[in-house]
Design a binder for this molecule. Structure first.
Ligand code: NAD
Length: 431
């Protein structure tokens, strides 16, 4: 379903009229390339060596005062006085950031023994989220908490690229170096030689994820329910992968997946999901349990079976799909909201253990309003509200979720673990 309002505001009369009426002004997001150079700023005393990582972004240093990306290293901000340097660094340049540009603030983990440092570093979170809401023009603002620049390389490359077009207002924590941060030999095909399975991949977001991972070199297994087998097969053929017709709620789904990937899995994407909306007072038990079963119980069951049997290779990546409905709540979706919040709990608890015991990271993406068949079916006014009620004033595309998933699945993302990253244009819901 095309976003006609976005097309209209892209015309001169549309821009004029919507401005006069004080209506939202969505900018057409750049998903191909960023337009300009990179400006590297510092607040507080820092000893982070960012140069080699920033070089890998492919962005040249800004020379014309119209940067496509600004990186502010605020890891050394330890008190309120040093916060003034954040203002001093960004105040003069914020207006000049190119349309659809990026602002990435780098912070440090909160120091449990120093409440002044913790206050100043937490302040960066409120700063980032507020700037994201006011900056406009399709620009995004995110905060990365890190200790080691090299370990955060894949994250900075993602956030400073067009792949993160619909990711804004996020706080991402990157752990210490884990030995996997080195860039792969063929940077354009980081998943070459790896096997990725995507559930619910016959259409929508899952199909985009399968396509993106295949485009990065992965052998993909397109899993979907038997009723969608034809679509799954067609996609798998196009991507040079295989299809697996399987209802993910089957008790033996984990064993059947393991049997389908004799060499083991390197990337496991839990994307299959359903909605059965009804207010709680009108919700029969069947609607509750079917949603909980597909969206949460089957994710727990198959993850346990695949990790337990050693079917996920060391260095593997698991990415589950939450939703902003699970983080913010949504009327009529107590079942769906519960299932998606459950995904966040699963990720946070399992991530450290899965990494320690199996060398596998576990993260989640939480999409906001994404233009798919699921959201095309939403009544017009609710759909329009969903599209506009975010800092970018438009819906995301399946490819935005897919590219975020690909960053988490990247071989160099081993230090990103236990994160729930919203792909929602900084939705105002539960912001
Ligand atoms: P979709 O309905 O277009 O696709 C979901 C796919 O999952 C379908 O191909 C379906 O056949 C498959 N599936 C459903 N039950 C299954 C089962 N038991 N076993 C195997 N496959 C099964 O949905 P979408 O919009 O592409 O959403 C994908 C994921 O993203 C879901 O988890 C959804 O909850 C989540 N999400 C979507 C949005 C959005 O705006 N579209 C927002 C937040 C979260």
């Amino acid at each position: 379903m095309a976003d006609r309002y976005l097309s209209f505001t892209g015309t001169a009369p549309g821009r004029f009229l919507t401005r006069r009426l004080g209506l939202p002004q969505p900018a057409k997001l750049r998903r191909d390339a960023l337009d300009g150079g990179l400006l590297h700023l510092t607040a507080g005393k820092t000893d982070l060596d960012l140069a080699p990582v920033l070089e890998r972004t492919g962005l040249a240093p800004d020379t014309d005062g119209r940067p496509a990306a600004v990186v502010l290293d605020a890891t050394g901000v330890r008190d309120v006085d040093a916060l003034a340097e954040v203002h001093a660094a960004l105040h003069p340049v914020v207006r000049s950031v190119a349309t659809s540009g990026r602002v990435v603030v780098l912070g440090a983990p909160l120091d449990a023994d120093d409440h002044h440092q913790a206050a100043a570093q937490q302040a960066l979170e409120g700063f980032t989220r507020s700037l994201g809401k006011e900056i406009g023009g399709g620009r995004t603002v995110n905060l990365v908490r890190l200790t080691d620049a090299a370990a955060a390389g894949s994250t900075l490359c993602f956030l400073l690229s067009p792949a993160s077009a619909y990711v804004s207002g996020q706080v991402i924590e990157v752990g210490p170096a884990d030995g996997s941060a080195a860039p792969p030999d063929a940077p354009e095909l980081p998943l070459a030689g790896r096997t990725a399975l995507v559930t619910g991949a016959a259409r929508g977001i899952g199909a985009a994820v399968a396509e993106t991972l295949a485009g990065q070199g992965a052998r993909v297994v397109v899993l979907d329910v038997p009723q969608a087998e034809q679509e799954a097969r067609r996609l798998a053929e196009r991507l040079g992968g295989t299809a697996l017709a399987l209802d993910i709620t089957a008790a033996d789904a984990g064993e059947r997946i393991a049997a389908a990937v004799p060499g083991g899995l390197d990337v496991l994407i839990h994307n299959a999901g359903v909605t059965r909306d009804r207010r709680l007072a009108n919700m029969p038990a069947e609607r509750w349990s079917s949603v909980l079963d597909v969206n949460l119980a089957s994710v727990l069951r198959t993850t346990d079976a695949l990790l337990g049997s050693g079917a996920v290779n060391r260095g593997g990546r698991i990415v589950a799909t939450a939703s902003i409905a699970g983080l913010a709540g949504n009327a009529g979706q107590t079942n769906y909201g519960a299932s998606k919040a459950g995904i966040a709990g699963l990720v946070r608890s399992l991530a450290p253990r899965a990494l320690a015991e199996h060398g596998v990271t576990v993260n989640a993406v939480a999409p906001g309003f994404i233009e798919t068949r699921m959201t095309a079916a939403v009544p017009l006014f609710i759909r329009e509200a969903g599209r506009r009620m975010n800092s970018l004033a438009q819906g995301g595309l399946p490819v935005d979720v897919a590219r975020t998933t690909a960053w988490l699945a990247h071989p160099a993302s081993g230090a990103v673990n236990g994160q729930v990253v919203r792909v929602c244009g900084q939705s105002l819901l539960g912001a």
